[in-house]
Every structure is written in C-alpha cells, then in structure tokens.
Design a protein around this ligand. Structure first.
Ligand SMILES: Nc1nc2c(ncn2[C@@H]2O[C@H](COP(=O)(O)OP(=O)(O)O)[C@@H](O)[C@H]2O)c(=O)[nH]1
Ligand SMILES: [Mg+2]
Length: 216
C-alpha cells in the first residue's frame, strides 16, 4: 500500500455543518453551538486502509459576500467535500456556484456532496406520524426545536430539500463532469455516513494519484 498525501477542501454555504463534519470525522465529537469559522480550519487525518494522509481545509462559508476570495486556498487541492443543509433548500441551490467557483480555479477534481443534518429530517419525519406536513409546518418545527439560532437569523424560511430534487441535481452534475463524484446524506450529530463521505473522497484522490504515477 502506497503512502499518499493530499489536500482536500470542505466547501459550502455558512452553517451547513462543514466544521461539524470535520470535527466528527477527525475527533469523533459534535457540538450544538455555532462558532463561525474565521479563515481556514486546517485538520490532518489519515485513512489507513488506503494509505492516505489528508489535509482537510475547512473554509469560511460566506461565499456570496466576496466571490473568488477563496481562490488562493483552492490551489493544490485534489478533491472537495461540498456540503449543503437538508433543512435549507437554498444551500442546495447554491451548489452550482460552489462547483463553478472551484472548477474555475483548479479544474475538475473529484467531489463528494454531503446533504447534512439528516438527523433533523429523521426527527421531523417521526413527528409527522402519517399525516403529511406542509412547508410551513417544517418551518415551525425548526423554530420550535430551537434551530433558529444566531446563524439562522437571516434565514427567512426553512424549506426542506427533497431527495428527488437532490438526486436530480446530482445526476445532472454527473452527466456534465462524469465519474468520481458521489453524494451522501450525513449527520455530524449522529455520525451517520460521515466516515463514508470522507473515505470516498480519499479513494478518488488516491485513484488519481495512482493513475498519475502510471502515466508518468
Ligand atoms: N442537528 C444537527 N446540527 C448540525 C449538524 N451539523 C452541524 N450542525 C449544527 O449547525 C450549526 C452550524 O454548524 P457548523 O459546522 O459550524 O457549520 P459551518 O459554518 O458550515 O462550518 C452548528 O450549530 C452545529 O451544531 C447535524 O448534522 N445535525
Ligand atoms: Mg465552519
């Protein structure tokens, strides 16, 4: 087994759970409190079974304020985990912009998408108890359950994403850029699919490094 090193990025809108996913993955912990990341949160992690040492660059998420401000941080990255929030459809709609930004700077690299906060969606489903709920009820549920915290103050409305629209978005992405992409429904809170998402990204990165060695 080779010994590989790579830089990967964690991208996505503010408060989607980037820092929490990295924390869960690297430290196995989760925190309800929100502390907005300033600049870059850099973590090292190795994936033993594929012999990869990853430096994970978790970047401050308010992308729309300053387009291209991350460009210099993108350089040298060999893959990205792009995160969106299952409780806020707008963060799914913004995926295109994250992908375009990234590919403009470093070209096409493997991307794994994480639809995060799966635990909240599961909890909401449980409370549904058969009767279908409207979008308003979802918003109310979010407020009642204290998800309306400082980070969300500017959020006018919580609109849940649907798995069919996520699937469609991903299929379109795959058609455009082919292979080496995947998506997972994750929860930094319960840990669901967090390891799988980072591992998949690591596999793609190592695949490319092996291919590069062979082509040399
Ligand atoms: N319930 C739940 N809350 C989460 C999850 N991931 C993140 N959060 C919360 O969402 C807020 C924003 O998370 P953070 O990781 O700081 O987002 P970032 O801005 O993308 O780095 C924090 O209050 C976290 O506790 C999750 O999977 N489930
Ligand atoms: Mg953060």
């Amino acid at each position: 087994m080779g010994n590989y090193t790579a830089k990967v990025l964690v991208l996505g809108d503010g408060a989607v759970g980037k820092t929490s996913l990295v924390r869960r993955y690297v430290e196995g912990e989760f925190d309800e409190d929100y502390i907005a990341t300033v600049g870059v949160n850099l973590k090292q992690s190795s994936i033993e079974d594929i012999g990869l040492n990853m430096s994970i660059w978790d970047l401050y998420g308010q992308r729309s304020l300053l387009p291209g401000k991350h460009s210099s941080n993108y350089i040298g990255a060999e893959g990205a985990l792009i995160v969106f929030d299952l409780t806020r459809k707008r963060t799914l709609d913004n995926l295109d912009r994250w992908v375009n930004d990234l590919y403009e700077v470093i070209g096409i690299v493997p991307v794994v998408f994480a639809g995060n906060k799966k635990d909240i969606m599961m909890d909401f489903q449980k409370k549904k108890k058969g009767n279908s709920k409207t979008e308003n009820e979802f918003h109310d549920y979010m407020i009642e359950n204290h998800y309306y915290k400082s980070i969300y103050e500017k959020e006018l409305k919580f609109v849940p994403t649907s798995s069919s629209e996520i699937k469609k978005w991903f299929m379109d992405f795959k058609k455009k850029y082919r292979k080496q992409s995947a998506y997972f429904f994750t929860s930094a809170k319960t840990g669901e699919k967090v390891y799988e998402a980072f591992h998949k990204l690591g596999e793609y990165v190592v695949e490319n490094q092996i291919r590069y060695e062979i082509d040399k």
